[in-house]
Design a protein around this ligand. Structure first.
Ligand code: NAD
Length: 464
């Protein structure tokens, strides 16, 4: 559905009034189109002395073919050269004369709070010149891997920095923190490619954990799902339809599942994508067995997207309303996972990707049932991550905020406007924004991402 406010504010008189009255001014967000470059401008790479991720980051920039520059620090120049990155020299004295589309900073060398000023030193001159829909990525070490003490304190501090900077950037720009466990330095490519590109348009203020290397073959970054079979539940419309389209764009063979009542729409989606339609109510008693049977030859990606709201305050919540929602949003997902794992049909390097919600993190009045189910989805991810890792499979979740769909178009006007504006990007996201995050987790190059919950909410002010 259309955001009329954003359209009006996008006109010169609208912009004038908004500036004068202090209204939110949502910037148009750049979104990725096939054939477009990964980053539509130059990337500046910087590093605090003594870090360990500048060279791997430079390798990714070289592999992705982006135009890059580095600050003049000698170890960083050497790391970039060793990585094969052809990077221009960016003299800080000329800051303001050059603009960048993305700023990447390796902060892993910051081992003491007195050195956190390195963040200020790198970002202060550059941030005013970040291009619209720009990207900031800070690289850090998980505090748990710092051996405690001052290094752990300093690395933990990166989170506050990144989240606060994300709130300051404006103009459709975003900032994220990527924490890399030891041994994960060669596993950051899928994450950097996602976070630096317009694919992450509505993801901001997030912390992503990259684990150690896993055995995986060559990745075709243009079609990271080539040859892989992906099941998407709730795929007849809304976010599920966008997920099916995006996974198909990335080369996946999509099996689109929805209830028999959505048969016509489901077939239209499946036919358009050259995929298969699978009519099934995920809560049916025989659904887990039916899914395992359908994929008896093996499956690579399962996306649990089907979900409903059945809003009432708890005082007015009948048990059947609670149970119907819990069955669709959570319990059926647990049963389907168990059936697939018991049948051993999830292939190595397989993926389970779940759809939680910001309501599952922050809670929402009138949604005790929904918030419970979506927090449960996060619990399921956390509980299953170590279990599925033993089979070379990962499980992650995305937690959407306000996304423009039929579900949100039914919200009362005031709530809908609040949901749209109360985030750092001052607008709602699109179904494709959720789909892009799911495609990132689902891709064959994302085997070191396990147990993550990433919000696709424009850094909603609701929740963490
Ligand atoms: P939607 O209502 O447009 O689509 C949901 C789809 O799931 C429908 O096609 C529906 O038929 C299907 N479905 C429902 N029950 C099913 C069942 N028992 N078996 C199989 N399929 C079933 O909703 P949406 O906005 O596209 O939401 C998709 C997911 O994203 C849901 O899990 C939702 O909770 C989550 N989410 C949405 C938003 C948002 O702003 N729209 C925000 C946070 C989370």
């Amino acid at each position: 559905m259309s955001d009329r406010y954003a359209q009006v504010i996008g006109t010169p008189p609208g912009r004038f009034v908004a500036r004068r009255v202090g209204l939110p001014r949502p910037a148009p967000l750049e979104r990725w189109r096939p054939g477009a470059p990964l980053v539509s401008g130059r990337v500046l790479l910087g590093a605090a002395p003594g870090g360990w991720l500048a060279e791997p980051a430079a390798r990714v920039l070289a592999s992705a073919g982006v135009r890059a520059a580095t600050t003049p620090d000698r170890p960083l120049r050497e790391a970039a050269a060793a990585a094969g990155l052809d990077a221009a020299l960016h003299n800080r004295r000329t800051a303001g004369e050059e603009t960048f589309k993305a700023l990447v900073f390796d902060a892993t060398g910051i081992a003491d709070s007195t050195r956190l000023v390195e963040l200020q030193g790198f970002f202060h001159p550059e941030v005013p010149h970040l291009e619209p829909s720009g990207r900031v990525v800070v690289l850090g070490t998980p505090p748990a891997n710092c051996g405690g003490g001052r290094a752990a304190t300093a690395q933990r501090a990166l989170e506050g920095f990144t989240r606060a900077l994300a709130k300051e950037l404006g103009r459709g720009s975003t900032a994220q923190l990527v924490l890399v466990e030891p041994g994960g330095e060669d596993e950051i490519e899928s994450t950097l490619r996602f976070l630096l590109s317009p694919r992450s348009a509505y993801v901001s203020g997030q912390v992503v954990l990259v684990g150690p290397a896993v055995a995986a073959g060559e990745v075709d970054w243009k079609r990271p799902l080539a040859g892989r079979t992906a099941l998407v539940t709730g795929a007849a419309r809304g976010i599920g339809e966008a997920i099916a389209e995006t996974l198909s764009r990335d080369g996946g063979n999509v099996v689109a599942l929805d209830v028999p009542a959505q048969s016509a729409q489901l077939r239209e989606v499946a036919d358009r994508l050259g995929g298969d339609a699978f009519e099934l109510d995920v809560t049916a008693p025989d659904a887990p067995a039916a899914v395992a049977e359908r994929f008896s030859e093996g499956i690579d990606v399962v996306v649990h997207n089907a979900g409903v709201t059945r809003d009432r305050t708890l005082a007015k919540m009948p048990a059947d309303r609670w149970t119907e929602l819990m069955e669709i949003n959570l319990s059926s997902e647990e049963r389907i996972n168990d059936a697939l794992l018991d049948a051993g049909v999830l292939r190595p390097n397989g993926r389970i990707v779940c759809v939680s919600s910001v309501s599952g993190i922050a809670g929402n009045a009138g949604q005790t049932n929904y918030s419970t189910s979506k927090a449960g989805v996060i619990g399921m991810v956390e509980a299953l991550a170590p279990v599925v890792a033993e089979r070379g499979v990962t499980i992650n979740a995305v937690a959407p905020g306000f996304i423009e769909t039929q579900m949100t178009s039914r919200m009362p006007f005031a709530l809908r406007e609040a949901g749209r504006r109360m985030n750092s990007l001052s607008q709602g996201g699109l179904p494709v924004d959720v789909a892009e995050a799911i495609a990132w987790f689902a891709g064959s190059g994302s085997g070191s991402l396990n147990g993550n919950v990433v919000r696709v909410c424009g850094q909603s002010l609701i929740g963490a």
